[in-house]
Design a protein. Structure first.
Length: 74
């Protein structure tokens, strides 16, 4: 990967993180993120149905991604 491509990826990541920090740093945003966390990262993730497991793990990954970006620092 070229240095320019790496710089572009870093810039996009920083821009996404800044937007998510603004959204989720408000009282309503923090509450919404807490609801997402409670709904999609708690409880039973695995089941006998592999599609259900994949769905639950995918939803969990999205919430974790949002949480990580809200904590991302330059």
């Amino acid at each position: 990967m070229t240095t320019k491509a790496q710089a572009d990826i870093k810039e996009r990541l920083e821009r996404k993180a800044a937007v998510l920090r603004r959204v989720f740093s408000t009282p309503d945003g923090a509450e919404a993120l807490a609801y997402l966390d409670e709904e999609f990262t708690r409880g039973e993730l695995f089941s006998q149905d592999p599609l259900s497991t994949a769905y639950k793990l995918g939803a969990r990954d999205v919430v974790i991604y949002l949480q990580q970006l809200t904590r991302f620092e330059k």
